[in-house]
Design a protein around this ligand. Structure first.
Ligand SMILES: C[S@@+](CC[C@H](N)C(=O)[O-])C[C@H]1O[C@@H](n2cnc3c(N)ncnc32)[C@H](O)[C@@H]1O
Length: 280
């Protein structure tokens, strides 16, 4: 057992206390406690690439708040365990899907979703997250391990700009999170969540009126220059949040919306600008 796996298990002994879902929907054929009496997973039990440890319900709630989940969203939890993130998202009106390798956890999640009255919006698939297509998700949640996050990173970065990714505890190496949150109540271990918003791709040379905007991009950070005849102005504070871009060139702050090969927006003084990608 690796150190990470050990820390997972220790903290999870407390987290397991928060396993029962609360809320309406138990007037079904089976109660939540009847469901867990059929199959009761053990915290720290082995999984394909990482052991099962449940996210505390307090952090589940915080993660969905961070994702700004709405009923229009489709959430996918990668390695969905007993289904709590998916079921909580479904209770908030979103459609949600869990991908979980362990068939017993999948069966347990399906039964709990039925018992909680959200079987129509919460779906669970038995499968390997590294072999599954989840490109239609608008929110992705995960509680895995640093190396697994890194393996997923290229896939996540290719998702639709604006997709939110929220991870319990583990980061994405040098891809800095856009937001970090901690819960202090109702959580005894693994109480920090990180959020990233998938940035639109803007690297390249753009025509902006009679100027050229040359951008280099690393994740959500942007650097570059605004060039016009005889002058080259470095840009600063360049940042992308989903399909929105902001940067400063000279004494002007530019904000805009990216749509494929075009961008348009305003400057702080109220002027309008637009740009077309000439060379990626
Ligand atoms: C730490 S638990 C997190 C469970 C749940 N997401 C939560 O936050 O409560 C990780 C889960 O991933 C599952 N898992 C591990 N490797 C997997 C893989 N390659 N594909 C699908 N599920 C996997 C484990 O069985 C376990 O249920």
């Amino acid at each position: 057992m690796t150190i990470l796996h050990k820390s997972f298990v220790a903290a999870a002994l407390v987290a397991a206390g928060a396993m029962a879902f609360s809320g309406p929907g138990l007037a079904q054929t089976e109660t939540a406690s009847e469901v867990t009496s059929v199959y009761k997973p053990s915290v720290g039990q082995s999984g394909k690439d990482v052991v099962w440890v449940p996210t505390s319900q307090a952090l589940v709630d915080r993660m969905l708040d961070m994702a700004e989940l709405t009923p229009r969203d489709h959430l996918v939890d990668l390695g969905s365990g007993d289904g709590r993130l998916v079921i909580t998202a479904a209770k908030r009106g979103a459609s949600a899907r869990g991908i979980e390798f362990n068939p017993d956890l999948v069966a347990l999640s399906r039964r709990t979703a039925q018992a909680e009255g959200v079987g129509n919006r919460a779906r669970f698939d038995q499968g390997d997250i590294f072999k599954s297509d989840f490109s239609n998700a608008t929110v992705v949640t995960l509680f895995l391990l640093p190396d697994l996050n890194l393996r997923l990173r290229p896939t996540l970065l290719n998702m639709k700009p604006g997709t939110r990714v929220v991870s319990n505890t583990f980061t994405m190496d040098d891809w800095e999170p856009d937001e970090t949150a901690q819960v202090t109540q109702g959580c005894a271990g693994h109480c920090t969540a990180y959020k990233w918003v998938i940035p639109a791709k803007v690297q390249g040379t753009w025509r902006m009126g009679d100027k050229q905007l040359v951008l280099t991009q690393k994740y959500q950070m942007v650097e570059g220059t605004l060039r016009e005849e005889g002058a080259s102005t470095p840009i600063s504070e360049g940042r992308i949040a989903g399909t929105k871009i902001t940067f400063v060139a000279g004494d002007q702050r530019y904000t805009g919306e990216i749509s494929g090969r075009t961008m348009q927006g305003t400057t702080e003084g109220g002027g309008r600008w637009n740009a077309t990608l000439m060379k990626p």
